[in-house]
Design a protein around this ligand. Structure first.
Ligand SMILES: *Cc1c(COP(=O)(O)O)cnc(C)c1O
Length: 404
């Protein structure tokens, strides 16, 4: 695939706008959207070479597409990895990673605070195929170390986590993984390469849900893995070819254009989230606020060092009382009183969204798993967007000030 020739050493903000495949003969300034499932081959010989992998060139839409390649090139440039490979969703990126790297009898260590579907996929679905897993406390480095076994092939971390924004030490986990001959993968969905570039801290694989901040306006599903060229070509591309979790060109184009504004969005939405977190901390009906930018956050120092001084655009707060049923009723009252903020479980949008994790995103977990992850019935997650901060605060005030 021929990519635009750019000078060496460009900043991620520049790559976010400039990295792509070459312009077509028409000289379009905005990247072209190639909607095609097949490709006309220049000759039978060339087709044979391309299918054999001896010559670069597109052969079939499941295997590759120029618009999809532009997105991959751009994301890899921003994450500072050699290559990236994209998928239809974030979850299919995790599936591709596990299928590419693991076999029956292998063992994975994950945090018990990971995204709910990730826990389900690795802990239950892949267990059917003989993949073993251990889920440990996100912030307990010793627990990660103790969970490693001779057959451990992968450590998989997500930081900050959803919804409690727990931060783990990427460099420390990379060290544990590498000493054990395993790989470290990081779900970088919440921080994005604007706040944190895990490869620079020693991670081997970066996983993304493009559905979130990369798109940035809640339009399409997408996913990706960023890694070395060798890992992408030898481990992940074969899974894509046979598994078919291919990113649609149109979705790739939307996310590709989303990357152009990722920097300004992440910085602005992080600032808004910080202001909202500080305000919530002063509200009498709020028991606790979870946000890495706050001094009260248990891993505040680590988060600021690891995330370029920004807390990200997601926070949670608890309107707990001692009683779970009462806490749930209160949380529902706050959510049902909103007139501006969307009651929605997505995140990473310019539209602020709030949701009740215990009954939605984390509803498939057992109560014991939820308790282990600390997700109470009074918890509300807010994915902060770009509306005026006073309007967001006023919208939450409606419910918070009328709790009985
Ligand atoms: C949404 C999300 C995923 C899954 O991504 P999809 O695109 O919804 O499949 C994985 N990890 C995190 C942290 C997420 O927020």
């Amino acid at each position: 695939m021929t990519y635009t020739t750019l000078p060496e050493g460009l900043h991620p903000d520049t790559l976010a706008i400039r990295a792509a495949v070459e312009r077509s003969q028409y000289g379009e300034n905005s990247e072209a959207l190639y909607l095609t499932s097949g490709y006309v081959q220049p000759s039978a010989e060339a087709a044979a070479r391309r299918f054999a992998g001896d010559e670069e060139g597109y052969t079939y839409g499941r295997y590759g597409n120029p618009t999809v390649a532009s997105f991959e090139q751009r994301l890899a440039g921003m994450e500072r990895t050699e290559a990236a490979i994209s998928t239809a969703s974030g979850m299919s990126a995790i599936l591709m990673m596990c299928m590419g790297l693991l076999q029956s009898g292998d063992h994975v260590v994950c945090s018990q605070s990971m995204f709910g579907s990730t826990i389900k996929l690795i802990g239950s679905d892949l267990a059917k195929f003989g993949v073993q897993s251990t889920f440990v406390a996100q912030t307990d480095v010793d627990a990660w170390k103790a969970a490693v076994r001779p057959n451990t092939k992968l450590l998989f971390a997500e930081t900050p986590t959803n919804p409690l924004t727990e931060v783990c030490d990427i460099a420390a986990l990379a060290d544990i993984a590498h000493k054990a001959g395993a790989l470290l993968a990081v779900d970088n969905c919440f921080a994005t390469p604007i706040l944190q570039r895990p490869v620079e801290l020693g991670a081997d694989i970066i996983m993304h849900s493009g559905t979130k901040f990369l798109d940035g306006q809640g339009r399409v599903m997408a996913g990706a893995l960023c890694a070395s060229q060798q890992m992408v070509v030898e481990k992940f591309l074969p899974v894509l070819k046979s598994g078919g979790m291919t990113l649609a060109p149109f979705n790739a184009w939307v996310v590709l254009k989303g990357l152009e504004t990722l920097g300004i969005r992440m910085r602005a939405q992080s600032e808004q989230a910080m202001a909202l977190a500080q305000w919530l901390e002063t509200h009498p009906a709020v028991e606790r606020v979870f946000y890495p930018g706050l001094d009260s956050h248990p891993q505040h120092q680590l988060a600021m060092a690891q995330q370029g001084g920004l807390g990200g655009a997601v926070l949670s707060f608890a309107v707990n009382t001692g009683n779970p049923d009462e806490a749930r009723r209160r949380a529902f009252h706050v959510l049902d009183s909103m007139q501006v903020v969307s009651l929605a479980t997505n995140l990473g949008d310019t539209k602020t969204m709030a949701a009740h994790p215990a009954s939605t995103s984390h509803g498939r977990m057992t109560e014991a798993q939820r308790q282990a992850a600390g997700i109470g019935q009074g918890l509300i997650r807010v994915a902060v967007g770009l509306e005026h901060i006073e309007d967001i605060e006023a919208d939450l005030t409606r419910g918070l000030d009328t709790l009985t």
